[in-house]
Design a protein around this ligand. Structure first.
Ligand SMILES: [Zn+2]
Length: 329
């Protein structure tokens, strides 16, 4: 009797300790659990170009894990997706791309991506696109091969170089993320507003900075990426290459632009960061001008990535260089 009472007492003691331990674990566990869960719950977002990455990061904040599809420094017009990109996209929640024929590889790539859950956002959709209302040829049967080639790149895909467009894109990213994680709607809304204010400020800086200039024409030794910027601030873009940088300019085109540069008394020939500045230098020498960078910001180099360069900073630098070349007060 006594013996059994003693073991009962010891048993009760053990249960007490066990209950205490469980209680303690419950206290600890939710924190550990939710921390791990938060990492796993992050919205995996992949974007095609650098500006879209920055916009998505700004809106998603700590709730997102945003990465760029292209490796640093790769050229968006000529890049080709690799098998590893298809695998990355297969586990992403969101893919954001520009559209307007900027990513010609997109259609084929998405056919290989096995991810029915992925949400896809075409950033240029619904924006007022440049070159959209180009005259359609009236006599289709007479259209020759050369005309046909022109048709392919008739829409300007560089929509992010209009900061008003960027504000709309940020809105659409906010809407998509809010749909995915409704409980974080206020967080996304606040983040979007903060970034949109920065874009508004940048736009104002451009408006003011380019108001009093003795020139309005700028000449690019690269491709015609700045059409939207030119439209927004009343400038005139003349580019050596077309909308796509892979079509080589003819010597005649080069001579034509040199003549135009002389005529407009151009003092700066711009070139792009990821592009050889050879032709820009040739033209500059011919014209008696200097060369400066104008960066479309579609992608950034490894060095720029390391030094934490932002899209907004790249655009500020462009403004500085434009103000110098256009003789602005
Ligand atoms: Zn481009």
């Amino acid at each position: 009797m006594e013996h059994s009472f003693g073991s009962e007492k010891r048993g009760a003691e053990r249960i007490k300790i066990l209950l205490f331990l469980i209680f303690f674990l419950i206290l600890l566990f939710p924190n550990l659990y939710s921390k791990e869960q938060k990492e796993a719950d992050k919205i995996k977002i992949i974007t095609s170009v650098f500006p879209l990455q920055e916009f998505a990061e700004a809106v998603a904040g700590e709730r997102g894990e945003v990465s760029l599809l292209l490796p640093p420094g790769a050229e968006i017009h000529t890049w080709q997706p690799r098998a590893s990109d298809i695998i990355r996209l297969s586990s992403a929640n969101v893919f954001i791309y520009v559209g307007a024929a900027l990513e010609p590889w997109l259609h084929d790539m998405m056919k290989s991506v096995k991810n029915p859950e992925i949400r896809i956002l075409e950033a240029s959709q619904g924006l007022s696109l440049l070159g959209k209302n180009h005259d359609q040829p009236k006599h289709k049967e007479k259209k020759n091969a050369e005309e046909h080639n022109h048709k392919h790149s008739v829409i300007d895909p560089h929509v992010w170089l209009d900061f008003k467009n960027d504000q709309i894109i940020v809105d659409r990213i906010k809407a998509l993320l809010s749909e995915l994680v409704p409980e974080d709607r206020p967080f996304f809304k606040r983040n979007a507003l903060i970034y949109q204010k920065k874009l508004q400020k940048l736009d104002q800086k451009y408006q003011e900075g380019l108001r009093n200039c003795s020139q309005s024409t700028f000449i690019l030794g690269g491709h015609a990426a700045f059409g939207y910027l030119a439209r927004r601030y009343g400038l005139n873009q003349i580019a050596l290459y077309g909308l796509n940088p892979d079509s080589k300019p003819t010597p005649r085109k080069l001579a034509e632009i040199v003549d135009l540069a002389k005529e407009h008394q151009i003092k700066v020939i711009y070139f792009e960061d990821y592009f050889s500045d050879d032709l820009a230098k040739v033209m500059a020498k011919e014209v008696g001008a200097e060369t400066m960078v104008l960066n479309a910001g579609a992608n950034i180099s490894k060095e720029q990535l390391k030094s934490g360069n932002t899209f907004l900073e790249i655009m500020e630098k462009n403004l500085e260089n434009l103000r110098h070349g256009l003789n602005c007060r």
